[in-house]
Design a protein around this ligand. Structure first.
Ligand code: A2P
Length: 336
């Protein structure tokens, strides 16, 4: 079977990559529609080597498509996802709008593909947060084997996660600063070039940011285990593409670094750096790649049930566009 597919947010960083990945993986497509706001209607975007005209989402007839990928922001999803779903279209939503609703599946194909079975509840499937996805691809095999009781994690997140304007802001601030000019900040509240900001998404009443709480809520929902405690600090760094995470685990049953390495060596979607003198980085491994890279696997010298890992992935691909397309691949293979 072939499907008619729409990408909402097709002019954005994630939307463009969704089109690229759909073409690259030869998703069985009959017709593909690129949607954005009225601002960019009439522009063109690439689908493989074909030019697609961008259409105004406001005028789109959702009954024409069976699958839609949404990545245009939470409020845009809130507006259009129910409309599309009512027309029988399955929405795979990359925003946080529906992630925490109990009847909406939140899926990482390597971790909880079975949760897709409930997709007809609302005709909406949520794609998790980028930082959660790469962390759980790496941790799920460990949780399954020995149980994880607690995760302390610090993230090092690239600006592409914020969108195309943030990529431009980092580039222009870097240019301004190397030329001795003051940096002007619009997208972020403080200068991002040559700086790091412990602030992603809105501050919450408990002092954590929303990005940090997403990692808590989503980890428990995806692993189906509310006893897994998560303590995150999410940090924006002046990197264009790729997120890194320093993950500090406490496991229920004991496992050492060698045990973790032998689990991850076999795991789906992971490339393990075995050599303790080498490590993956955002620029070298985490840009333009599909896998989750794990390195620096070592015993926690401060805790008998502790293991540390360094986890790197492309946030735009595995953290967003690729994971959404992989969800669609499981959907058409097992359910449609
Ligand atoms: P547009 O080009 O029309 O602004 P990014 O995350 O890289 O900033 O991209 C955001 C994406 O979401 C863009 O494709 C943008 O399209 C789209 N978008 C933003 N607001 C709306 C809206 N109200 N309706 C439809 N698409 C929107």
């Amino acid at each position: 079977a072939k499907y008619n597919v729409a990408v909402l947010g097709a002019t954005g960083v994630v939307g463009k990559t969704m089109l690229e990945i759909l073409a690259e993986r030869e998703f069985p497509i009959d017709q593909v529609f690129a949607l954005a706001s009225a601002r960019s209607a009439g522009d063109t975007v690439l689908f493989g080597n074909k030019q697609l005209e961008v259409l105004d989402a406001d005028e789109f007839d959702w009954s024409q498509v069976q699958i839609a990928f949404f990545s245009a922001g939470g409020s845009v999803s809130a507006k259009y996802a129910p409309l599309a779903a009512d027309e029988g279209c399955v929405v795979i939503d990359n925003t946080s709008e529906f992630r925490y609703e109990p009847d909406i599946p939140l899926v990482i194909p390597e971790v909880n593909p079975h949760d897709l079975a409930n997709f007809r509840n609302r005709n909406i499937i949520a794609n998790p947060n980028c930082s959660t996805i790469q962390m759980l691809v790496a941790l799920a095999p460990i949780h399954k084997t020995v149980g994880i009781s607690r995760i302390n994690v610090s993230t090092y997140q690239s600006v592409s996660g914020t969108g195309k304007e943030a990529i431009e802001e980092l580039a222009s601030q870097a240019g301004q600063m190397v030329n001795g000019m003051p940096a002007d900040a619009k997208v972020y509240p403080k200068t991002i070039a040559f700086n790091v900001l412990p602030h992603i998404d809105a501050f919450q009443d408990n002092g954590y940011t929303k990005e940090e709480m997403k990692m808590v809520w989503e980890t428990q929902k995806i692993l189906g285990d509310e006893s897994v405690l998560v303590n995150p600090t999410a940090v924006r760094v002046p990197v264009m593409f790729g997120h890194a995470e320093a993950v500090h685990l406490e496991t229920r049953d004991q496992i050492d670094a060698e045990g973790v390495k032998s689990l991850l060596r076999e795991a789906e979607g992971i490339i393990l750096f075995e050599d303790d003198n080498d490590y993956p980085t955002q620029l070298e491994e985490g840009s333009g790649s599909d896998d989750v890279y794990v390195g620096r696997v070592r015993n926690d010298i401060s805790h008998p049930h502790g293991v540390n890992l360094w986890v790197v992935a492309d946030n735009v691909r595995k953290g967003a566009a690729l994971n959404s397309v992989q969800i669609a691949e499981v959907l058409i293979r097992d359910y449609l």
